[in-house]
Design a binder for this molecule. Sequence first.
Ligand code: NDP
Length: 400
Amino acid sequence: MSKALIIGAGGVAGVVIHKCCQNSEVFTEICIASRTKSKCDKFKEELQSKTATKITTAQVDANNVNELVKLISEYKPDIVINVALPYQDLTIMDACLATKTDYLDTANYEPEDTAKFEYKWQWAYKKRFEDAGITAVLGCGFDPGVTGVFSAYAQKHYFDEINYIDILDCNGGDHGYPFATNFNPEINIREVSAKGSYIEDGKWVETEPMEIKRVYNFDKVGEKDMYLLHHEELESLAINIKGIKRIRFFMTFGQSYLTHLKCLENVGMTSIEPIMYEGKEIVPLQFLKAVLPDPASLGPRTVGKTNIGCIFRGKKDGEDRNYYVYNVCDHQECYKEVGSQAVSYTTGVPAMIGAMMVLTGKWKKPGVFNVEEFDPDPFMDALNKWGLPWTENFDPVLVD
Ligand code: NDP
């Protein structure tokens, strides 16, 4: 008997909502609250007759702590699942503290005016969450999220120490547009146009955007170009996994995407610096978002598969050991099941599972945590059950 408040009604939220409704035994009631209430109502209309989960909806501005506290105090959820935007993480955490409610999100806080994402702002809440006796689970999508669970699982079952982690995020999907982003364009473009970085011997090494390229042959997808990016889980995994010497994150991009992005960058369209246009201040990247296809509309047209996983290299009983664990997800199968493509699906399913872990007491402890700090086993079982089965390879091709 649990109640969850889901904040946001975009691509990822849609999957969380569908999955909670499939899992009515745990999620007996959900409230969908977002800036645009009509989007919440649409989910309710679509799903209420098909699920035992009782659905309510609400309008909320998640930048406003008072509004959030009022909503949480009235609805009294057991957990708040934040699938709005990273900009809202701190206000929602403040409201959870004020109401002593557990919290989960899928992306770490970044201030709107600097494209720099790191955990320091949210880790600063640790003591206050401990004192309030409530749990915050940070970054519980796929990457970050499942990649952290994979790392904890590798550490628990296969290694005495893990020295190298390569996280490989491959999207072999094709939506047929010359240029579109698979999730929120503003967040996506901020991420990929930033400098790359990785951790080596305890230090961050910075690269130019897309400077390091490798080619990898992904199971069920084939050969793809992939590029080294900065990614938020590097920061927490370097601390929480024993013996790390180097940890890198690679994402695949097609040539058309990169050529369009370069062109948009060259003309200034990806800038987050406000400019004046016809007497009104606009942010070029936000304007670009308005003209690009809505990621939620890509579902019906995207074909192909994603393959996301981690390659670990380390030692067990004094011997070298390699281990690759990954999930393959099919865009069209996701669309048939929940009306979204695989990028939203692979984020939303882990968010539902993480909330279930907290609600069922498996991941319940006071404080602020990254996913790799919890027992990975029940989460790994749930991935197989709820739509993201994983595959292991003990002799993978390594990335040089
Ligand atoms: P969308 O843009 O599709 O949805 C965001 C939703 O948040 C919209 O419904 C939007 O409302 C709502 N929202 C925005 N601002 C506010 C506000 N102030 N108050 C209330 N609601 C608000 O994004 P996605 O669904 O693609 O992404 C959701 C989150 O998931 C993001 O944080 C993203 O970074 C993260 N993510 C994580 C991944 C992972 O693997 N860990 C992968 C992909 C995404 P409105 O409808 O009015 O615009």
